[in-house]
Design a binder for this molecule. Structure first.
Ligand SMILES: [Zn+2]
Length: 339
């Protein structure tokens, strides 16, 4: 297991000093909820934990690192379990292997029932059992209600760590059973130092790393995705003006959802500038003159509507052309004194 980022490590220490049996790690995506949840689970189950967390050397720590700990139940959407290397229930794995169904993007109620059974029946190797749920908002009503009873009145020594990017989407009954921890944002220096030390960002200058972090709105995990994509700092800075000219070259190879996310960031920054506050994602001095507020508000609504259906585009090519034309129109409207 790789070392925890410094701002996560500080949070881990604080959380280990708390006694509640159910924690909810909540905050916007990209701040390391999953890494922190796993570090907590690892520390709770460790045979010789210290104030800094798990020892990293005992058989329990090792069992977690190879994803086979008998006292840890990881409740995730199947797509994410597969991506992160957590084994699925045999039956579920077979259905997916046999192409009877696709891996689920939600936390299935069957998995939630297995988690409940895990707390009640499975023999444990130690004293404590842990259920890790991530992202907790991917539980539908049925899954959440299945888990709720165990969360309220766990049998024996069961601890929960739920992590979410969207706490407002959780059932209030789930939220109220947990002690909520608001994820802490890293300082810029801390985030930049961490980013430059990651393999995906190897050899990157401070300035380059700063652009990735800014493009990610300050969220380190998202910045790492930008680093892995090889986004060049100059290209990002020039993007707003390129789009204003109708030049879509930088975006054209990206998946539609990512293109749309960039437009939403641009729209956000133009609204910030129109409101007299600093931009968040792009360098202030590279932004075009913001169009009128009404134009931006309308564009923002259109982009949100598009985001809801972006995973099922009728034609990616046509969609992209329409977005490019619309973006150019919005950005050009500022120079015309209104639209
Ligand atoms: Zn250990």
């Amino acid at each position: 297991m790789s070392a925890l980022a410094p701002w996560l490590h500080a949070q881990l220490k604080d959380l280990l000093a708390q006694r509640g049996h159910a924690l909810l790690l909540a905050g916007p995506s990209g701040l390391g909820q999953y890494e922190l949840a796993l570090a907590l689970a690892r520390a709770w189950l460790c045979e010789q934990p210290g104030p800094q967390g798990a020892c990293g050397e005992c058989s329990s720590c090792h069992a977690i690192d190879v994803r086979t700990h008998a006292d840890l139940c990881v409740l995730m959407p199947e797509t994410l379990s597969l991506e992160l290397g957590w084994p699925l229930d045999e039956g579920a794995q077979k259905e997916i292997d046999d192409k009877k169904r696709k891996a689920s993007k939600l936390i299935r109620v069957e998995a939630a029932r297995d988690a409940v059974a895990f707390t009640q029946f499975t023999r444990s190797r130690g004293r404590t059992k842990v259920i890790l749920v991530y992202p907790a908002e991917r539980m539908n009503m049925e899954s959440a209600n299945t888990l709720l009873k165990t969360l309220e009145e766990p049998v024996g020594e069961v601890r929960f760590v739920l992590a979410t990017d969207a706490a407002h989407q959780l059932l209030p009954t789930i939220r109220s059973r947990c002690q909520t921890h608001a994820m802490v944002w890293p300082g810029e220096d801390e985030a930049l130092g961490w980013l430059q030390a990651q393999p995906a960002a190897a050899g990157a200058s401070r300035e380059q790393a700063r652009v990735w972090l800014q493009a990610a709105g300050g969220r380190p995990d998202d910045a790492l995705v930008w680093a892995a994509s090889g986004l060049h700092d100059a290209a990002w800075g020039q993007l707003p003006r390129s789009l204003a000219r109708g030049d879509w070259a930088l975006l054209s190879d990206w998946p539609p959802a990512q293109q749309l996310a960039v437009l939403q960031k641009l729209c956000h920054d133009l609204m910030a500038r129109a409101a007299g506050t600093p931009a968040r994602f792009f360098p202030d001095d590279q932004l075009p003159v913001p169009p009128r507020w009404g134009v931006l508000a309308q564009w923002s609504r259109e982009l949100m509507a598009a985001a809801r259906s972006v995973e099922h585009p009728y034609s990616a090519g046509l969609m992209q052309e329409a977005w490019a034309a619309r973006t150019r129109q919005v950005l050009a409207s500022a120079g015309q004194g209104g639209a």
